[in-house]
Design a protein. Structure first.
Length: 330
């Protein structure tokens, strides 16, 4: 306990890089706090702290060693459980298209990992947490960091930008003048919610950032929609392929296996499940029709039948028939 208290005290004493201190000066400051220990103990504590915490640094200055800490991190107070949550969130973000952003936060992530190691020296738990999905995710597209930097700053400053954007299948990029409204990290890509010159009035576009070749701010301002909300129906219509303004009622016939999954992870907030036979259950709930819903319904294969709405049933049935036709020759 004495060592933990002493090292915590030293962490608070360590100055920033511009005011780095030698171990003797640190020992004197510790003594002024009522802890009288020898210099070698302080030196051992400093070495331990540098090994545990990535924000603790040292450099040689002649025959002396000067010590300091990155104060932006040393002021943090993070429980080991919070450190575990942060590393999981960052690992998850890396898998879904945000590797570059996570890398720029490396000192914060390293600090969180150090807490997982440092608080339990005999039991390193940093290799006991991860982030995965049972679904196959495609590799993230490459986004130019300079483009993302310009767009993020434009979002913060409320500025408009001029960009070279190359649509899928186009031979050459096209010059766009647009107003960034928000960013959505989804499906291993980053999408920019925006309006641009030439877009129909009242529409909101969603453009994948990996198709931007260049971007720079411009003085001319492009009007943004009033009360814009990235979670609104107009924004989600372009970002997520939303097809309805309001949730609609759906009815599904699901296998017993899928019903067990839905009992643990409901498809909708108002979901109801009722047994129909020994092997089949009826599921009801309200949800927006969207591309994401289509993909989920098709991914369940023979474990699911769409009953209502009839238009959705016909759409999924047509997709299933086209899929079956591909295998008909076997």
């Amino acid at each position: 306990m004495d060592q933990l208290f002493r090292q915590d005290l030293i962490l608070g004493i360590l100055p920033g890089k511009e005011n780095a201190l030698g171990s003797t000066a640190i020992r004197e400051r510790v003594a002024r706090q009522g802890l009288n220990v020898d210099l070698r103990t302080i030196q051992r504590d400093l070495s331990d702290l540098k090994e545990k915490y990535p924000h603790v640094h040292s450099r040689k200055d002649g025959r002396s060693t000067l010590w300091w800490a990155e104060k932006s991190l040393s002021r943090l107070s993070m429980l080991p459980t919070d450190a575990m949550n942060l590393t999981m969130i960052m690992d998850h973000a890396t898998r879904f298209g945000m590797a570059a952003q996570v890398e720029r936060l490396a000192p914060l992530r390293d600090y969180a990992v150090s807490l997982l190691k440092g608080n339990r020296p005999s039991q390193d738990v940093s290799n006991k947490i991860t982030s995965n999905t049972r679904f196959i995710t495609l590799q993230p597209s490459v986004v130019k960091q300079e483009v993302l930097d310009v767009i993020q700053q434009a979002l913060l400053d409320g500025m408009s930008i001029e960009a070279l954007y190359q649509k899928r299948g186009a031979d050459e990029p096209k010059l766009l003048q647009l107003k960034p409204l928000g960013l959505s990290y989804q499906d291993s890509n980053i999408y920019l919610s925006c309006v641009f010159k030439g877009l129909p009035q009242g529409s909101i576009a969603a453009l994948p950032l990996h198709r931007f070749r260049t971007a720079r701010t411009m003085f001319e301002d492009i009007a943004a929609p009033e009360d814009y909300d990235i979670n609104s129906v107009p924004a989600m219509r372009s970002l997520m392929g939303l097809r309805t303004d309001h949730p609609v009622q759906i009815r599904l016939r699901v296998s017993h296996t899928l019903s067990e999954r839905l009992q643990e992870n409901p498809l909708t907030e108002d979901q109801t499940l009722e047994p129909e036979t020994t092997d089949w259950w009826l599921m009801s709930g309200s949800i927006h029709l969207s591309q994401g819903l289509d993909l989920w319904l098709l991914s369940q294969g023979e474990h699911l039948e769409v009953l209502e709405p009839t238009a959705l049933r016909a759409q999924i049935a047509a997709s299933a028939k086209r899929m079956a036709a591909l295998y008909a020759g076997e």
